[in-house]
Design a protein around this ligand. Structure first.
Ligand code: HEM
Length: 224
């Protein structure tokens, strides 16, 4: 077994660079396909890290650890900013450059990203449930008035639970921002063409905009 005490351990072996750097296998000879593959792979790695941090965040919330939960949220939000900014890199690829290898993608599409679907599922229902568990432990039990009344009470008290709520709104806004940037990238790259994944393309993607992960946290804004 290779471990940190193994004198033969090297940078390349520790990071499994043979596997990581051997995983870019363009299907065409077009220069831009390499960037397309690298950017998607980097995204999948960040998705993996986000899932790892989200599980940690849920545990910290359910354990009632406010400071640690806020710290993990800060890391998640920082990664999300990088993930959104990365769209700029792929936007340096012109429509013609993309068209040069697009047919090779066949029916493959980000639509099939299992990790993205997992992120959607966890951020939506599961993380919000962990937040409710956290609120209950902080003295904001959900009663007959429902979850929005509890959120209102926490926000009016303006203590730590409200801060956690605000960071969750940041997360929600960040994810919506990613969707918006992705749609614009798609629009400038393929216009009104359908997606390789079989959807109408931009039309479908537009229908996913402005859908909050935590609707209750948005619904209370007008009542504060
Ligand atoms: C030139 C670059 C890109 C184009 C033209 C593009 C195009 C599209 C299109 C048309 C769809 C709709 C589904 C379909 O019919 O295929 C889609 C969905 C998606 N794409 Fe991209 N995409 C690009 C880059 C990326 C990148 C870098 C990622 C990062 C992982 C990504 C992730 C996704 C995800 C997660 C979906 C599913 C969204 C949902 O269903 O809500 N895409 N993409």
């Amino acid at each position: 077994m290779t471990g940190p005490d193994d004198p033969a351990l090297t940078y390349g072996r520790y990071l499994a660079l043979d596997e990581v750097l051997g995983a870019q296998r363009p299907l065409s000879d077009e220069h831009d396909e390499h960037l397309f593959i690298v950017v998607h792979q980097v995204y999948e790695l960040w998705f993996k890290q986000l899932l790892h941090e989200l599980a940690h965040l849920q545990a910290r919330l359910e354990g009632g650890h406010t400071a640690h939960a806020l710290h993990t949220l800060k890391r998640i939000l920082t990664i999300l900013k990088v993930v959104v900014a990365q769209i700029d890199v792929l936007e340096t690829m012109t429509p013609r450059q993309f068209t040069s290898f697009r047919a090779r993608l066949d029916a493959s599409s980000g639509f099939q990203s299992a990790q993205f679907r997992q992120l959607e599922a966890i951020v939506g229902p599961a993380l919000f449930r962990s937040f409710v568990v956290y609120l209950e432990a902080q003295g904001y039990a959900v009663g007959a008035g429902g979850v929005q009344d509890v959120l209102l009470a926490a926000y009016r008290d303006d203590g730590e639970p409200a801060q956690v709520g605000e960071r969750l709104v940041d997360l929600d806004e960040g994810l919506q921002e990613w969707r918006y940037r992705h749609v614009k990238m798609v629009e400038r790259t393929i216009g009104d063409r359908p997606g390789t994944g079989g959807s109408t393309g931009v039309g479908y993607l537009r229908s996913t905009l402005f859908r909050p992960a935590f609707p209750d946290l948005w619904a209370i804004r007008g009542r504060l």
